[in-house]
Design a protein around this ligand. Structure first.
Ligand SMILES: *Cc1c(COP(=O)(O)O)cnc(C)c1O
Length: 402
């Protein structure tokens, strides 16, 4: 069949990870083989670890890089600090928090689970009550998904730290920051995060393939006592090898080199500028959604994510049709609803490499698809709302430019 459209890869993706790749990072990942036992390796590894600490705002933390993805990061977090039968406190408010809880159970941990409707944030106050009632201090760790990618909901990690402190509870605070770190404010030290987990394919704008984990000194003090089985992701092997510039296995060197370039790019832009850019792009997308007359999956604007927007489609309409038609007809990828909200929401990912112009193309495409499918959306309504917001909120220097 003759093909009259541009190949799919000419369009940006609007899935909430993997993100679009900056050209400079694609090139940084693409490198010739070098001997990872030569001095060239620590010249790449050491500055990368240091810059990841800066991105996490975790001066006191130690960072470890595994060939893997965020899921492996969860596993490294729990197996390096906990023992079979240990109790953890967690909240299910979407697919990713659910999967982390499931992983804990598969490892023989006892999970005290708070369930809230998908779309809500983690109820820190409820966690505080449970921690205060835990007089025997049986809860060894609190697990929190900072940004629930399935529902586009951000939880307040500082508030969870505050309830831990108020209860004077010694549990570790482990945070899945996979879809928040390097895109939304994250304060490892200030929030007292003990283990932070992310992957290369979200805020760091790289291909999938690296699990990035950071441990606080308090979490590192648990390594010897932790009895959960682990070999490949045993932090002790990483920790022993890094100072001399070694690595316990063959390092995914291209990705680590890419991570170095990514950190340089993020720090050159300035983290606060990176966060402000994501916030501004996200707010434009939310204004477009308002103009479509559709609700966010997020229970309130207050908890809406700045990296992914999940949009509830009208009752009785299969939201997967939007994702399917966008892919087939316009070669644009949006995120499908997952789990409890499958078929009820579609998602626009806007993390990592994303500009107003790119986001406008996504909003415009979503409008064409929705009109094609008979939804009561006016072509251009969302585009205009986003254009208006972005024009009015241009940084001062740009607004004045000739
Ligand atoms: C993407 C993601 C993960 C990890 O998924 P991987 O496919 O293993 O990288 C975990 N948590 C959240 C919140 C995510 O968005």
């Amino acid at each position: 069949m003759p093909h009259h459209r541009a190949p799919a890869w000419h369009n940006p993706v609007f899935i909430p990870g993997p993100t679009n790749l900056p050209e400079a990072l694609r090139k940084a990942v693409d490198m010739p083989t070098i001997d990872h036992r030569s001095t060239a390796f620590p010249e790449i590894l050491h500055p990368t670890l240091e810059m990841v600490r800066q991105v996490l705002r975790g001066r006191a933390a130690e960072v470890f890089l595994f060939a893997g993805t965020g899921t492996l990061g969860w596993e490294a977090a729990i197996t390096n600090t906990l023992s079979p039968g240990d109790r953890v406190l967690a909240c299910e408010n979407g697919m990713f928090s659910r999967k982390w809880i499931d992983m804990c159970r598969r490892h023989g941990l006892e999970v005290e689970e708070i369930r809230v409707p998908w779309g809500e944030a983690i109820p820190a106050a409820r966690m505080g009550e449970i921690l205060a009632e835990d007089r025997e201090r049986r809860i060894r760790a609190v697990l929190a998904t900072h940004n629930e990618t399935a529902t586009g909901v951000r939880s307040d990690i500082a508030a969870i730290r505050a309830v831990l402190d108020a209860a004077d509870h010694p549990a570790l605070l482990m945070v899945d920051g996979v879809s928040s770190i390097a895109s939304m404010p994250f304060e490892m030290d200030a929030w007292g995060v003990d283990v932070a987990v992310t992957g290369s394919q979200k805020g760091f704008m790289l291909p999938a393939g690296l699990a990035i984990v950071a441990f606080s000194q308090k979490a590192l003090a648990m390594l010897e006592a932790a009895r959960l089985p682990r070999t490949y992701y045993d932090i002790r092997d990483m920790r022993a090898a890094y100072p001399a510039g070694g690595y316990p296995y063959t390092p995914p060197l291209g990705l680590i080199n890419g991570l170095r370039a990514s950190c340089e790019m993020l720090l050159a832009e300035g983290l606060d500028n990176v966060f402000a850019r994501h916030r501004r792009i996200a707010e434009g997308v939310r204004r477009a959604v308002d103009a479509w007359g559709m609700p966010l999956c997020a229970a309130s604007r207050n908890v809406a994510s700045d990296t992914v927007t999940a949009i509830r489609t009208p009752e009785g309409f299969d939201a997967n049709r939007i994702v399917g038609r966008a892919a087939e007809v316009y070669h644009v990828a949006f995120g499908a609803g997952l789990g409890e909200v499958a078929g009820r929401v579609f998602r626009i990912g806007h993390l990592g490499l994303m500009s107003e112009a790119m986001a406008l193309s996504g909003i415009a495409t979503a409008e064409m698809v929705m009109v094609d499918l008979g939804l009561p959306v006016t072509l251009g309504a969302g585009v205009a709302a986003a254009q208006d917001y972005w024009r009015r909120t241009l940084p001062e220097a740009l607004r004045m430019a000739a």
